[in-house]
Write a protein that binds this ligand. Structure first.
Ligand SMILES: [Zn+2]
Ligand SMILES: [Zn+2]
Ligand SMILES: [Zn+2]
Length: 133
């Protein structure tokens, strides 16, 4: 009885040439090989993006940055500089690097390179930066 059922089961050929049940995509060996390959790719991708952003992420968490950032906030009275130029008083939202740190790493702790901005002014500055560069 059992043998008869077994004989009727549909089979197909895996890409490696092995005979496998029709309802499977591939044999166990090919499946585990593909899964480990996929895992490796994912690990590689995560590592490269992590390494690229690590330097900047670390910087924004550093005490040096927090200190200089605080000085810039005090200097600008925690107000948006761009709004102030148009005689509008707006609470700052972000301390922005005028020359981006990705462009000039040496200016990351230069208070003259820092400016307090509200969210909309900050976004506008970045749009301008992107257009220029
Ligand atoms: Zn296979
Ligand atoms: Zn503003
Ligand atoms: Zn910015």
């Amino acid at each position: 009885m059992y043998e008869e059922n077994e004989g009727k089961m549909l089979k197909k050929i895996c890409k490696c040439g092995k005979l496998i049940p029709y309802n499977l995509k591939m044999c166990d060996e090919c499946k585990s090989m593909m899964e480990s390959k996929r895992k490796q790719n994912r690990k590689y991708y995560r590592k490269t993006t992590y390494e690229r952003d690590n330097k900047y992420n670390k910087f924004y968490k550093s005490t040096e940055w927090k200190k200089i950032r605080q000085l810039a906030i005090v200097r600008d009275h925690a107000l948006c500089k761009d709004c102030l130029n148009s005689n509008i008083i707006t609470q700052y939202n972000t301390v922005h690097h005028i020359v981006p740190i990705k462009q000039d790493w040496s200016k990351r702790l230069d208070i003259n390179n820092l400016v307090c901005l509200c969210e909309s002014c900050h976004q506008r500055r970045h749009v301008l930066l992107n257009r220029r560069g």
